[in-house]
Design a protein around this ligand. Structure first.
Ligand SMILES: *Cc1c(COP(=O)(O)O)cnc(C)c1O
Length: 729
């Protein structure tokens, strides 16, 4: 068999080792091995990982966003000395060290065993709350992919950007309007190290952005066996503008955004080369890194026409498209692109005209703007969407690029998303399933047979886990809303009331995701009387999410819902949690009984939060779009579907406007909640257990677990994308 390249063999490992030694030097002897644990996010998906560090100082651990490097650096000597003498703690620490080592050494279960790695390039990575290099679903999925690749022992490296100020943080003012602010990341305490060369100085690469030759440094973050390389332009030699390139994720300034794509794509390929990594496959995750293909094509001074040299590297490039929303497939004017990369293209021997053409659906139609998605599709041997319906939408959307083919023959396939089970299934559920499905069940999570044992779990045990997870969420909600209300300057009575909001026994419904208009949070405000009634009588609602800073419409929806709290009898049953991120996502997706997903079909490419909820026994109430089209089977959740246009007006003319559809879907949503969800939840036997509800939870676990875990997703990528040079269509 061909040897498999593990993380330790990739560039920067000696830099990580040096950082570990420096941290270990300040720890008492018995704790020294924890330094190595702190510098590899592997701990974050082991069962006792977070709790070992939290035992040292739970408050401080939370304050440093659960970053163990930050924690171990800060802890006073006496605290460390006390832990070093605590035999119970040492036993747990030793067993964590052992578990990390075992995970890093586990035999590979990958079926792709090239000696060279797959280079996975993405504009954002959501690995952990302490590494704020993500905004939402795309990044969290990318983080899950790295973790799963590590678990499988797939030779893999990640390439992204190190945003010094990450994504924005959110606060609501007293009226419920979103305010944004950015926080500078302290790179000194991140579990990230600058990669240095043989001479001990940082490795840098140069990329021409606009007219400046920008220097780019490379950081390494270890995610299990997978190194994640993050590029950073905030270096003293660069101009102030160049230093800003890797400042904020999804920067509003279009010129800076193009600069980011240039650094990520072209800089990413140059960084890999500088690190001595020759990838077997370059995986462009979403269009942002697409310029990588141009750099790959031109690296040996190839001066053929650009499309010919791209064809020569096509066998090594694959592309995943993530959004059917036009805004997600940004386009740029010729002027913008020429300003951003014209000089770079000329350096690469590429005519700007040629390059601009490859970013258009029809290269010859100069009236069209150019974007990264058509370039990525042209440069890749395989393009995939992220769910079956998204595949259909993407084939239609990009049909103009393949005018000689029928729409269903457009060469775009799909690999449906999945979520990393050890990251997203809460510990009590993992323990329960381990008892019933066998010790190594997680390694077989993608096999339906593994989950068959779910049906035999006593209802009382599963229900007890559900109650525990809901209780944890109630604690989180109370804690956070006291703090949120204080920070907003609410009256003290209202602040104090937060400590008793939410009822640990009440049906708990959640909605959390980016607040984009197509996600339709506003459906909840279309039937205000019914919303107030269900909230007053039977359920409690927690929601969270950030609106894009420039999306005034989405901010307004949020504000309107926020105002619901003033209706009598409702304020203790509805809570908005500010600043949605990974730290809130965990308690939310695991604690809610019902998870709402209301996209306007067909705008949701996949959606992943509902999969996370299902892994914790949550039931989805969702519009039929994205992953739910594949998952829903009538027994494992509910569908919100207001039906086809039937005409809301007296003339009975079909009304298929968005507004009419929204009204119908809002009505359908409240019908499902009032007539099906609520009665089923409160239908209790003498033992107090809602057995029919628990049966649905079991159906959700059994049917959704194997098909929407990241193991299944990565197996699909191995078989259908990485291994073959099959071009689809
Ligand atoms: C899973 C996740 C998302 C994606 O949610 P969707 O349902 O796909 O919209 C967004 N943000 C965070 C923090 C997540 O964990």
């Amino acid at each position: 068999m061909v040897p498999i390249a593990l993380a330790s063999t990739f560039a920067g490992s000696s830099d990580v080792t040096r950082a570990v030694e420096a941290l270990a030097a300040r720890l008492p002897d018995p704790l020294r091995d924890l330094a190595a644990v702190a510098y590899n996010y592997q701990w974050s998906w082991l069962e006792d990982g977070a709790s070992v560090f939290a035992t040292l100082d739970a408050t401080r651990f939370d304050r440093v966003d659960e970053n163990p490097v930050g924690l171990l650096r800060q802890l006073p000597e006496q605290v460390l000395a006390r832990a070093a003498g605590d035999q119970d703690f040492l036993a747990r620490a030793r067993s964590l060290v052992h578990d990390v080592a075992r995970a890093l050494d586990a035999p590979s279960r990958a079926s792709v065993t090239t000696p060279a790695p797959i280079a996975f390039m993405c504009a954002e990575f959501g690995v952990h709350r302490s590494l704020p290099m993500y905004s939402g679903g795309l990044g969290v999925l990318a983080g899950d992919i790295l973790k799963e690749a590590s678990d499988l022992g797939l030779p893999f490296v990640g390439v992204g950007l190190l945003y010094r100020r990450g994504y924005f943080h959110q606060r609501l003012d007293l009226t419920g309007k979103q305010q944004e602010y950015w926080v500078e990341v302290d790179t000194d305490v991140l579990p990230a190290v600058p990669v240095t060369g043989d001479d001990g100085t940082p490795v840098t690469v140069q990329v021409r952005v606009r007219d400046e030759l920008v220097s780019v440094a490379i950081w390494r973050v270890d995610v299990g066996r997978v190194p994640l390389y993050l590029l950073d332009t905030d270096l003293p030699g660069n101009s102030a503008v160049a230093r800003w390139i890797t400042s904020r994720l999804y920067e509003g300034n279009r010129a800076i955004r193009l600069a980011q794509y240039t650094v990520l794509g072209v800089g990413g390929v140059r960084a890999l080369r500088a690190l001595g990594i020759e990838p077997a496959v370059v995986h462009l995750n979403e269009g942002h890194p697409a310029l990588a293909a141009v750099e790959l094509a031109r690296r040996n001074g190839d001066r053929r026409a650009l499309d010919a040299s791209l064809a020569a590297v096509r066998d090594r490039v694959v592309f995943t498209t993530h959004t059917p929303v036009p805004a997600g497939n940004e386009t740029y004017t010729d002027t913008e692109l020429v300003e951003a990369v014209g000089t770079l293209m000329r350096e690469l021997g590429v005519e700007p005209r040629e390059f601009l053409g490859l970013g258009r659906a029809d290269p010859a139609d100069t009236r069209q703007e150019s974007g990264m998605t058509p370039l990525a599709i042209r440069a890749s041997r395989s393009t995939n969407a992220v769910s079956a319906v998204h595949g259909t939408v993407a084939r239609t959307m990009w049909h103009p690029m393949f005018p000689t083919r029928a729409a269903d023959d457009v060469p775009i396939t799909h690999v449906t998303n999945g979520v990393h089970l050890p990251t997203w299934m809460a510990a009590p559920m993992r323990r329960l399933l381990a008892q019933h499905l066998g010790d190594d069940w997680e390694q077989r999570a993608d096999e339906p047979a593994t989950w068959a044992g779910v049906d035999a779990i006593p209802d009382a045990e599963l229900w007890a886990v559900r109650n525990e997870l809901r209780m944890r969420l109630v604690d989180t909600v109370r804690d956070r809303s006291v703090r949120d209300r204080l920070a907003r300057g609410e009256p003290i009575e209202y602040v104090e009331a937060a400590a008793s909001t939410f009822d640990p026994g009440r049906l708990t419904v959640g909605f959390a995701r980016r607040l984009a208009t197509y996600k339709r949070l506003h459906l909840l405000s279309l039937e205000p009387e019914r919303a107030v009634r269900v909230l007053g009588d039977h359920l409690q609602f927690v929601f969270a999410g950030k609106a894009h800073p420039l999306d005034e419409e989405a901010k307004l929806v949020n504000k309107r819902l926020f105002e619901l709290k003033s209706a009598p009898g409702v304020s203790t049953h509805v809570v908005f949690l500010e600043d949605y991120d990974l730290s809130i996502a965990h308690p939310l997706v695991s604690g809610c009984d019902v998870w709402l997903n209301l996209p306007r079909p067909p705008y949701e490419a996949s959606g992943t939060s509902g999969m996370k909820a299902a892994l914790n026994g949550g039931l989805n109430v969702s519009a039929l779009d994205g992953w739910w089209v594949e998952a829903y089977d009538g027994t494992n959740g509910w569908v919100v579907d207001g039906g086809p246009a039937i005409g809301d007006t007296a003339t009975a003319k079909p009304d298929d406007s968005d507004e009419a559809r929204d009204r119908r879907d809002a009505r359908a949503l409240f019908d499902v909640i009032e007539h099906e969800v609520t009665p089923l939840f409160y239908e209790r036997a003498v033992d107090g257990i809602p057995h029919a509800w628990v049966a649905r939870m079991k159906a959700a676990l059994r049917t959704i677990g194997p098909r929407f875990c990241a193991t299944r997703m990565m197996r699909d990528y191995e078989r259908r994308v990485y291994a073959s040079s099959e071009r689809g269509g």
